[in-house]
Design a protein around this ligand. Sequence first.
Ligand SMILES: Nc1ncnc2c1ncn2[C@@H]1O[C@H](COP(=O)(O)OP(=O)(O)OP(=O)(O)O)[C@@H](O)[C@H]1O
Length: 269
Amino acid sequence: MSKPFMHFNNLTMSFTTRKETVTAVCDFDLKVDKGQVVSLVGASGCGKTTVLNAAAGFLLPTTGEVLLEGEKITAIEPRCGMVFQSYALFPWLTVKDNVAFGLKMKGLSRKQRHLEAQKYIELVGLKAFANAYPSELSGGMCQRVAICRALANKTDVLLCDEPFAALDAMTRQVMQQELLSIVQKSQQTVLFITHSIDEALIISDTIVVMSARPGRVKTMIDVKLPRPRDVNVQLTKDYIDLKKSIWDMVEEEVRSSLKLTKRAGMGQD
Ligand SMILES: Nc1ncnc2c1ncn2[C@@H]1O[C@H](COP(=O)(O)OP(=O)(O)OP(=O)(O)O)[C@@H](O)[C@H]1O
């Protein structure tokens, strides 16, 4: 059997603080095919960001491993690009230079960098702000710049930590469709964290529901709904039934995580 493109092989991630050791993720096992869009959903604190950080090579596993094309990730992985929850733009660079930053690292000429950056900036409706600085933009606009920067780098894997959470509902829907159209063309693989079951259903080939902390794979759902998953699909019985069943699974984990947090707060954990 051929090797999976990406393999989280019994990944366990623990953090030791001065007070305690917290196991954020335990025996998380997931295989991802090239070009797949996979969403991670689950209760707050179940370890979703930790999984992405391990894939990016920002954090190393306590036990287990993350393999990309059969190779173990042991340091920051240049084939993985990350879109953070907080947009992490360079405040001293313009929108255009922020987007072009990674392309400089790839050795593109100044002209090529700016042409490429301009393409993505136009795509997210920020043409008029190409020469503005992050401090002159709204939060949603900054988030669009951060998404542009990750897309322009065309990494094999795109790791997205709630990238659309700060956007208004209309922009969010447009960005979901744009992301899909870009990654389908470029054959990029996407791991996407979201707290929105609708968003997961609209973009994903596969949805991974994680258990409450320590996070492991509770269920994997292959989403067979037709694309594009526009409002007509969202009103179908199949969509509504799937949404309900995912919601039931997530709700169970949210309740369990709230109980855990409450007990920990009372010093009984
Ligand atoms: N650097 C760290 N040091 C100590 N504990 C950490 C660290 N990073 C994460 N944790 C803990 O690990 C657990 C998982 O955190 P993580 O951010 O991965 O969860 P999450 O599912 O992404 O949460 P959310 O949905 O709220 O963003 C949490 O209990 C968190 O407090």
